[in-house]
Each structure stands twice: as structure tokens, then as C-alpha cells.
Design a protein around this ligand. Sequence first.
Ligand code: ZN
Length: 410
Amino acid sequence: MRDKDLYAKILGVESPWHVTEVELALEQGEVLVHLENGEKRPPCPECGKPCSGYDSRPRRWRHLDTCQYRTVLVGRVPRIECPDHGIRQVRVPWGEAGSRFTALFEALVIDWLQEASVSAVARLVRLDWGEVDRIMARAVDRGLARRERRLPQCIGVDETSFQKRHEYVTVVCDQEAGVVVHVADGRGRECLDDFYKAFTKEERQAVESVSMDMWPAYIGSTKQYIPGAETKIAFDKFHVAQHLSRAVDKIRRQEHKALASLGDERLKGTKYLWLQNPNNMSDKRWTGFESLREGTLKTARGWAIKDLAMRLWHYTYRGNARKAWQAWYSWAIRSQLEPIKEVARMVKRHLEGIINAIVLGVTNARSEGINAKIQWIKYTARGFRNRERFRNAIYFHLGGLDLYPAGLRR
Ligand SMILES: [Zn+2]
């Protein structure tokens, strides 16, 4: 087989296009595949009507490498003159309109981006950072445009900090599908208002639960837009655990400082023992932790209060759940540990939402999973300097979107 035929085959080039020449540019490390369109009256890209040619424009598309040579398709793309649509460039079968890459190449970059950061992928495929970033952004636009418009029945809403500590984005997810459905700037009420407002009252009525942190902006918005919000707003275990973990950590830091000044180093290097979920601890670690957690330290007392709170999520009936949490509150509020008392007061104010989470069986596994992935995105995206890119990365990795160029949808 001659190399022209070979490349036509590899590239899937079909009539009216054909390969006229394959040029090996050794010094540039490139294979140039020249293509030509032999059609007399090419169809208009809008209406398909055969039209007379107007002129042609030279174009290049980066393709998958052949044997480590950068492979580039080169050809003149005809422009036609349609009586209804004017002067238009004809479609090429190997890439999307306006793209400088073939669809297969974009798909390869999209696949790599699932596993690695933009800069790592840029090095790998020998593109600059901005080019890879644009492929990612185009993939997200494509995915969002194809997405079915639907309000999830079980919603999770959370804030996540971005770059500098005090900038936030609001992330709304579908708890059942485990995908992010909305990302908005900031963490104010309007972030959630805008999301809800895109749906009809009937659609909002069908929502079964909205799981969130005890955050007034999200509570206010949900109360306004979701009918029956009083029994649907759920303060889930994940968020309650976060508040209690922060409280225990604060107590540990204060106590460690006080003890260390007396030469007592018992709390040194114990931070993660107090924060780790006991269910995820090895037996050895759990046993090693025993003398500390069962001792008389304030940190141990705070930890025990948190540990009990983490066991109060299995009730079926509101009455039983409420009773158990009221007993927990009495213990916590008398603990003489200020950080714990603060959380206890917050829990008391939001108790019905915690009871909702329990009886609705709102699971936090999805939220935790999504949260962990967002942390990974932040970590790998240290080069990201703006919110738009952060938003795109969240949709790209967590949106459950159909990202591939047209013709390659899987
Ligand atoms: Zn037309």
C-alpha cells in the first residue's frame, strides 16, 4: 500500500476528500498529510444544498502522532456561496468547525485530562497550556449544551473556597447521580436563587431533599423556592461532622499549647488521630489511640462528644431522633468546652433539619466523594488563576457531561 492510501485509511478520509501527498518533515519532526476536496458542488453546511464554490482557505489540524511524529493534516477548505446562507466554509469530517485539531486528537486530550493536570497534558501532547485549556473549555461548553435540563430530586449544595481563602463558589449536585449540576460565583443567596429560578414551580415541588450546611443564605433561598422546604432541608452528617471536627481540633491546639508550656508533650503529633473517622482506622491505630481517647484530657472529652454525635444517624422516627439529639445537646452544652458549646447551640437552632436528614436517609457519601474530587482539582489546578477555569474544571471532572467532539460521542 502506498503511504497516501495508508494515511487515507488511518485517518478515515473518504470521498470527496482524498490524500494527495504525505510529506515527512524530519527536521520539524512532523508528518504533513495533504488533503484535497474534489467536489464540484459542495453542500452548504447549514442546509445541505449543493452550492457553487466561492473560494478556499488553507487550514491545518493537529492529529494523533504517528510514531512520535507530530501529524498534521493540511488542506484548502472550500467556501461555498449558498443563496440562503451566504458564504460559508464547508464542514470537514475529521474535526469540528473552527477547531485546529481533529476530533480524534481532541478526544485524546480529553481522555488525558481526566487523569492529569492541564500542564502535564500540555507537556505530554506538546501543546502550550492555553491550547489544552481551550480544548477543555470547549469540551465543557459542548457537554453543557447537550445536557438534559432537569432538576434533581435529591439536591446537595455546598460552598468551596477558591484560590485565595475568602473567595468561594457554590456547587450544586445531584445526590443520586453523584454529579455536579450547577456552579455559581460566591456563596450568597442569589447563587442558589438563580439555579432554582430556572425551573418551574411544579418541578421545584417534586424536589425531595436539599442537603446542605447550616448556612443562612442557602436556607433562605431554599425556603423561598422549594415548596415544603421545612421538611426537605437536610443538614447532613458530613457537614455536622465538619463543624465538630473543627471544634475538636481547636480544643486540641489550645490544650497542646497549655500542656507544652508545662513540658507535657502528650498531644504532640496527634492531630489526625482525633480527626480520622474511627471506622477507617486500623485496629492497631485504634488500640494505640486508646490511652489518649480514654484519658482525662479536654480534647478527649470533646472527641467523645463528637463521636456520640456521629452515632445518632440511624433513626427511623422523628420522635426517637429528636430525643437522642436533645440528650446529646444537654451533654455538649454542659461540657465546659467553648468550641463544642458553639456547635451545640448551632445544632439546637437547626435541629429539625438534622432530623430531616436522618429520616430522609440523606447519605453523605456522594457529597464527600464530590468534595474530595474538588480538593483534588484545586490541588492539580494550582496554575488556575481565575474562577472561570475553576468552574470549567469542576464541570469537566464532575458534571457527568458528554465531552467528546461530535461524531465521537460515547
Ligand atoms: Zn444554505
